[in-house]
Each structure stands twice: as structure tokens, then as C-alpha cells.
Ligand binder design. Structure first.
Ligand code: DHB
Ligand code: MG
Length: 223
């Protein structure tokens, strides 16, 4: 039984039931996304809570999310920045963006969160061109082959002290395969090497098990 997905799920359920206050807006954001047939890729409740804690620990007031999906993690981030903060979240799929806006509105976060529909690389280029104020926290959770390009953009949109988190850097251990023909694996591997090599980044990555299986996230600090 040790190490089984079933047991990881049970422990995640226990942790969430014991520790995580997921209200109706969060529950419905997840359920409506599933109902609408969106991929089951939103962060787990305890991961959402972790993102929110990191945002609050970092003191970030401006958050950038790459990959909105149905807005589940966005709600955690929107609550974490508080009423003075903002979240800009980028979503390639117009239908997902519309659902996310609905979920965000129900959570009372419409004035905190801006959902930008369209390819994230285009939206990022526009943010860079507009010379927007730097973001204190960036969450990268979109199409994995573009992770290196998302990190390049994030570095142009952050300052010393900004935090960057990327989801899904382990993927059932697939990350180990240097010769993988999977663009996602190559994107994640290139991203991790970029974290290692970039002179302005201190970074680590952690494996996780839980309701989303065996995966992990990377955490970086801009200096
Ligand atoms: C996938 C993407 C995600 O962001 C995630 O958390 C899990 C899986 C995927 O593309 O398969
Ligand atoms: Mg993810």
C-alpha cells in the first residue's frame, strides 16, 4: 500500500479536510471546470494554499499567472494578494478564460484579477512592451514546451526579490529521460537547466505525491 496513488490521494484528502479551508467559490470553480470538460489539471487545494502562503510570505502585491485554466489557482492567488494587490492571468483558450472570469467573479475577485485571453507569449510580449510595473510573484503552469520562453519573459517582468514557481516539473518521473521525444519533458528539462544557469536566479525543485499523482514544482528567487 505504501507509495500507491490510492494512499497518496487518501493522505491528500486527510490534509485538505484537516487543514485547508476551501470555500464554496473554490469548490465551485473546480467543479464547474470539470463539468465543462476542462482538463483536470488545476492545482490541488493544498497546493493552492501553498501558492497563497508563498505569495503572502514574499509580500508580493502584483502576481502574474501563466495558464489560468478555470481560475482555481487564480482564486487562491487573488485572495493572497489582498485588496490592494492584483493578479494578471494569461489563458490561451477563450472558453476557459470566460469560465475563469465567471469563477473569479463568484469569488468576489473581479477587481483584483484580470484574465487575459490569447497565447501567453503574445500577452507577455505586450506586458514587456508596455513596461508594466514588475511582478513580485510569477506562477508558470501552462503548456510545458514553452516553459523556457515563459521564464525568459518572467525575468523581464520581475525584480530582485521576486519569486517564480513552476508546476509539473516531474510528471511521473518523465523528467529523467534526457532523450524523451515528449516536448513537455524537453521543455521542463530546459527550464530546470535555465534555472541552474541563470546568474539572477537561485532555485530548487521538489517532488510531490498526492491527489495529482507523482509530480513536483520548481521554486526560484530572483536576485
Ligand atoms: C498537465 C498540466 C498541468 O498543469 C498539470 O498540473 C497536470 C497535467 C498536462 O498537461 O498533462
Ligand atoms: Mg499544473
Amino acid at each position: 500500500m505504501s507509495g500507491s496513488l490510492e494512499q497518496w490521494r487518501a493522505v491528500d484528502r486527510y490534509i485538505v479536510d484537516t487543514l485547508i479551508a476551501e470555500d464554496e467559490a473554490l469548490q465551485r470553480a473546480r467543479e464547474d471546470a470539470h463539468q465543462a470538460g476542462l482538463p483536470l489539471h488545476e492545482v490541488a487545494p493544498n497546493q493552492g494554499a501553498l501558492l497563497a502562503l508563498i505569495v503572502r510570505m514574499s509580500g508580493a502585491r502584483r502576481v502574474l499567472e501563466i495558464g489560468t485554466l478555470g481560475g482555481y489557482s487564480t482564486i487562491w492567488l487573488g485572495r493572497a494578494v489582498g485588496p490592494e494587490g492584483t493578479v494578471t492571468t494569461l489563458e490561451v483558450n477563450a472558453d476557459y478564460a470566460a469560465l475563469a472570469r465567471h469563477n473569479i467573479e463568484r469569488a468576489g475577485l473581479s477587481s483584483t484579477v484580470t484574465v487575459v485571453a490569447g497565447p501567453a507569449l503574445d500577452s507577455l510580449a505586450r506586458l514587456i512592451d508596455a513596461d508594466v510595473d514588475p511582478f513580485g510573484f510569477v506562477f508558470i503552469d501552462a503548456d510545458k514546451p514553452n516553459n523556457p520562453r515563459y521564464l525568459d519573459a518572467a525575468l523581464k517582468l520581475t525584480v530582485a526579490g521576486s519569486v517564480i514557481v513552476a508546476d509539473n516539473v516531474v510528471r511521473d518521473g518523465a523528467v529523467l529521460d534526457a532523450d524523451s521525444s515528449d516536448d513537455c519533458v524537453q521543455g521542463v528539462r530546459a527550464f530546470l537547466e535555465q534555472l541552474r544557469d541563470h546568474p539572477r536566479l537561485d532555485a530548487t525543485a521538489l517532488q510531490t505525491v498526492g491527489s495529482k499523482g507523482w509530480d513536483g514544482f520548481a521554486l526560484a528567487l530572483v536576485r
